[in-house]
Structures are given as structure tokens and as C-alpha cells.
Design a protein around this ligand. Structure first.
Ligand code: NBP
Length: 478
């Protein structure tokens, strides 16, 4: 075969990835379960590069140069297994199957182990940036063996987005499911970012009394500062948009029930298993879920709230500046939590994750791209063993400077009866980290009381249980 790469699964994502490879000079073999999609691609975009269309799996495999690089871009789940079962028997040792779908990392670990037994490389790869990214340069998070990356990496780096400094938004993340894991946490962080931005909007609208067009202006201003990011930029556009049919702000004609495809939920489920407090991501997932429970929300219409006390015009401007501080601080906390989850997963699954490099490849081609990610890369460059992003001096100083405003914003939200779960939980996390003593000591006492679950002491080593009926303390074998 002559094709350096093949793509099977030619819906929006696969088609655009195939075109991206072709536009970058690679010969691309094409295959899809329904052959009409393959023909359509060649008819519409055949002049963009060199394509080798194949109708059958055998033709497709024969079109590829060896070792074969076969990108699977089908619906995640059972379809991915079906495609693997179809192609694996046709492949030879050293060949690579690259799964670019949104697979659960546990499925990727299972598939990688099974294919490794047969001498095949399975490269679970996170691809971010939607169809637009797939065509013009996504952020790419490949897992799998280092050997496969040596052969595949340069091609993926070539078609990836480039950061402002020109570096590719693609790096070898780590073995087996590491790439899909990192993509999942990326999506979880995206949920938290979106929720925090939405809370900032809600507060500016209902506490400061700003109209959507005015809030769009505020966001444009923020986008010129440290919050400079794709999500802030598009938020300003959405808020400035006027519905053509009604002449109303677009945001006022959209049903306020947020949907989700599941990667945020996975992030939280796995964080619970790992014991990592990703409260910002969790609140974001719960907030979407709450928004969709129309029946529960109908009950809320009968519940009392505070007497409205809108801010005066001169207070509103100062408040908007405080919201910027609260948003930045809360964002920093949710990134610190997400990176804690990556750190914990690295330890659990024996992946050596380069956290600074991961922040680096999110600078372009993906939804959470932001100027701020350079700072995260710099923080890990300064100290690769940083236990938390909040341990970085620069970030800690910014949180210290933001905290008064942050507290004011959370207090205003509470007083005004405006829900701000993202801001509130981020602040609670910050304060919990700062606390010299946590009431966890009391919880240990309760556990020992009702279940003899034992406790450790601050003044002596060992495991203890109090005989609660008479106050005597027993030392237990640990
Ligand atoms: P879809 O997720 O809609 O999947 C459609 C493709 O899967 C078609 O090529 C279809 O073939 C193929 N397929 C199915 Br369904 N069942 C199959 C089976 N049993 N055997 C073989 N092929 C099968 O496509 P997409 O939206 O392009 O997404 C592709 C992957 O990329 C997904 O895993 C998705 O989660 C991920 N992703 C999507 C985005 C995005 O923005 N859409 C972003 C990032 C990642 P057919 O033509 O014969 O029906």
C-alpha cells in the first residue's frame, strides 16, 4: 500500500481528520461502514489531497503502507469494538490502531491490553476541538506505547493546532488509556469553566442589573486581560447575539436546561473512585443536571427568597470588577482540582504524566484554550513536583489578592438568592486547604462512637478507640 494513514469512520469528525491529513501532504486511505460516505468525501474534497478510497476492510488494509496506521473515528462504545474486531485479524505485528473517538479510558486500557497480546499497538487518542478542530488543527492527546508514538507522533503533531509560540498541540501523554483520561479531564475542566462563566453572567445580570449586551462588553474587556480565552470570547458573542425572530437577547429565548454528553460525569465518577475532590467539576455537572429537572424546579417557585436589594449604579461597576476576581480565582481552583486528578491517576495507573506539557497542548485547538495555560506550564517547569497549582507562588499571590473580592461576590450571591455553586465551592475548597484544623476530627469521633471505626491522635502514633460508656481509651493493633 501507499497510504501513510487510513481513516475509517467518515462522519463529521473522521471526514475532517482525513481532509486535515490530506491537506498536510499525507496519502490517506478512506473507509466507512456505509460506502456512500466514502464516495461523497472523494467527490466533494478529492482535490484537497491524495485519497485512496476503499469499499471493503481488506481493500482498506491493503491500501496502507507498513507498519499500518489506521485511525478509527466511529461512535464510541460498541461500534469501536466492532471495528476493532473487523480489522485486527487483517493486521500484522507492529501495526497501529488509533482510536480518536471519545472512549472511556477503562475501555481503552482493556482494548490496548488485548491488542498488545496480538502484537498490535492500540493508541487511544483524545481529539478536542470538535469538527472545526478536526479540520483545521485539533488538540491531540495520544496514549499508547512510546514505540507507536515514534512512528505516529510526527504526523499527529503536523495536523494538530499550533500554540501562539508555534509548538504543536500534541504530545505523547503516556501508555494505554492515559490519552483518553487526559481528554476526559479536559472536558471536565471545560464544564467547570463554562459553569463559572455562566455564574458570572447571572450575577452581572441579576445582582448588578446589567443587560446581556452590556455584559457582552464586560466579557470583551475581561478577554483582553488574564481571563483571555476562547470560552470568554464566545460567551461575549453569544450574549451580544439578538434573536432574529423576536428581537430579544438570544440568551432569553433559549430554554434554560443544559444538556450533557457524559464526559463531565465520567470525570466526576472517576474522581470519586480516586478519592480526589474535584468539587468545581462536580458542581458544574450537578448544575446542568439540576437545570434539566423541570419538575423539581417547579417546586422551587413556591419557595421563599430574600427581599431583592439591587446594587446602585455606582456599586455595579465595582461589583463587576469583583466578579472578574471571583471568576479568575474559582477558575484557578478548578484547574488545580483537575490537575490533582491527573496527578492521582498517574500514580494509580503508573503513568508518568508531564502536567506542564499537558497544559501546553491545551493552548490551541481545544475548547479550554486560554492564555492562562502558559502560566500552568511555567509553574510546572519551575517545579515539576508541584503538589498543587495553588502551591505555585504566583498563583497563591493572585488568590491572596483576589480573596476579598471573591468573598464579597459569594456573599452578594448568597444575600441576593442567586445560586453560585461554582464560586462557592471553589472558595470553600480554598478555605479548607488553608484551615489549620478541619472538623474532620469531629467526624472521626462520631465514627468511633457509632462504629468503633478508631482514630489517630495528634500527640501519639497508633490506632485508638474510646470506650464511650466509660471514657477509657484502648490502643488497637494497627
Ligand atoms: P458519530 O459518533 O456520529 O459516529 C458515526 C460513525 O460511526 C459513522 O461513520 C458510522 O458509520 C460509524 N459506525 C457506527 Br454509528 N456504528 C458502527 C459499527 N458498528 N461499525 C462500523 N462503523 C460504525 O460520528 P462523529 O460525530 O464524527 O464522532 C466520531 C467520534 O469522535 C465519536 O467517538 C465522538 O465521540 C468523537 N468526537 C466527536 C466530536 C464532535 O464534536 N462531534 C468531538 C470530539 C470527539 P455509518 O456511516 O456506516 O453509519
Amino acid at each position: 500500500g501507499t497510504a501513510q494513514i487510513g481513516v475509517t469512520g467518515l462522519a463529521v469528525m473522521g471526514r475532517n481528520l482525513a481532509r486535515n491529513f490530506a491537506r498536510n501532504g499525507y496519502t490517506v486511505a478512506l473507509h466507512n461502514r456505509t460506502a456512500s460516505r466514502t464516495r461523497e468525501l472523494v467527490e466533494q474534497f478529492g482535490d484537497e489531497g491524495t485519497f485512496v478510497p476503499a469499499e471493503t476492510a481488506e481493500e482498506f488494509v491493503a491500501a496502507l503502507e507498513r507498519p499500518r496506521r489506521l485511525v478509527v473515528m466511529v461512535k464510541a462504545g460498541a461500534p469501536t469494538d466492532a471495528v476493532i474486531d473487523e480489522f485486527a485479524p487483517l493486521l500484522e505485528p507492529g501495526d497501529m490502531i488509533i482510536d480518536g473517538g471519545n472512549a472511556h479510558f477503562a475501555d481503552t486500557r482493556r482494548r490496548e491490553a488485548a491488542l498488545r497480546e496480538r502484537g498490535l499497538h492500540f493508541v487511544g487518542t483524545g481529539v478536542s476541538g470538535g469538527e472545526e478542530g478536526a479540520l483545521n488543527g485539533p488538540s491531540i492527546m495520544p496514549g499508547g506505547s512510546a514505540e507507536s508514538y515514534a512512528s505516529l507522533g510526527p504526523m499527529l503533531e503536523k495536523i494538530s493546532a499550533k500554540a501562539a509560540d508555534g509548538s504543536p498541540c500534541c504530545t505523547h501523554i503516556g501508555p494505554d488509556g492515559a490519552g483518553h483520561f487526559v481528554k476526559m479531564v479536559h472536558n471536565g475542566i471545560e464544564y467547570a469553566d463554562m459553569q463559572l462563566i455562566a455564574e458570572a453572567y447571572d450575577l452581572l445580570r441579576h445582582a448588578a442589573g446589567y443587560e446581556p449586551a452590556r455584559i457582552a462588553e464586560v466579557f470583551r474587556g475581561w478577554n483582553a486581560g488574564r481571563l483571555d480565552s476562547y470560552l470568554i470570547e464566545i460567551t461575549a458573542e453569544v450574549l451580544a447575539h439578538v434573536d432574529a425572530a423576536t428581537g430579544k437577547p438570544f440568551v432569553d429565548v433559549v430554554l434554560d436546561q443544559a444538556e450533557q454528553k457524559g464526559t463531565g460525569r465520567w470525570t466526576v465518577q472517576i474522581a470519586l473512585d480516586l478519592g480526589v475532590p474535584v468539587s468545581g467539576i462536580a458542581e458544574a455537572v450537578f448544575a446542568r443536571s439540576l437545570s434539566g429537572h423541570a419538575g423539581q424546579r417547579a417546586v422551587g417557585r413556591g419557595l421563599a427568597g430574600p427581599t431583592p436589594s439591587p446594587l446602585a449604579a455606582d456599586e455595579a461597576e465595582a461589583f463587576a470588577a469583583q466578579v472578574e476576581q471571583a471568576l479568575y480565582a474559582s477558575k484557578l481552583v478548578s484547574y488545580a482540582q483537575g490537575f490533582h486528578q491527573l496527578q492521582a491517576a498517574g500514580a494509580e495507573y503508573s503513568w508518568t504524566l508531564d502536567l506542564g506539557a499537558i497544559a501546553g497542548i491545551w493552548r490551541g485547538g481545544c475548547i479550554i484554550r486560554a492564555a492562562f495555560l502558559d502560566r500552568i506550564t511555567a509553574a510546572y517547569a519551575k517545579d515539576p513536583a508541584l503538589p498543587s497549582l495553588l502551591a505555585d507562588e504566583g498563583f497563591a499571590a493572585e488568590l491572596g489578592a483576589a480573596q476579598d473580592a471573591w468573598r464579597q461576590v459569594v456573599a452578594t450571591a448568597t444575600r441576593s438568592g442567586i445560586p453560585a455553586p461554582g464560586f462557592s465551592t471553589a472558595l470553600a475548597y480554598y478555605d479548607a486547604l488553608r484551615a489549620p484544623r478541619l472538623p474532620a476530627a469531629l467526624i472521626q469521633g462520631q465514627r468511633d462512637f457509632f462504629g468503633a471505626h478508631t482514630y489517630h491522635r495528634v500527640d501519639r502514633d497508633g490506632v485508638f478507640h474510646t470506650l464511650w460508656s466509660d471514657g477509657r481509651v484502648e490502643e488497637r493493633q494497627s
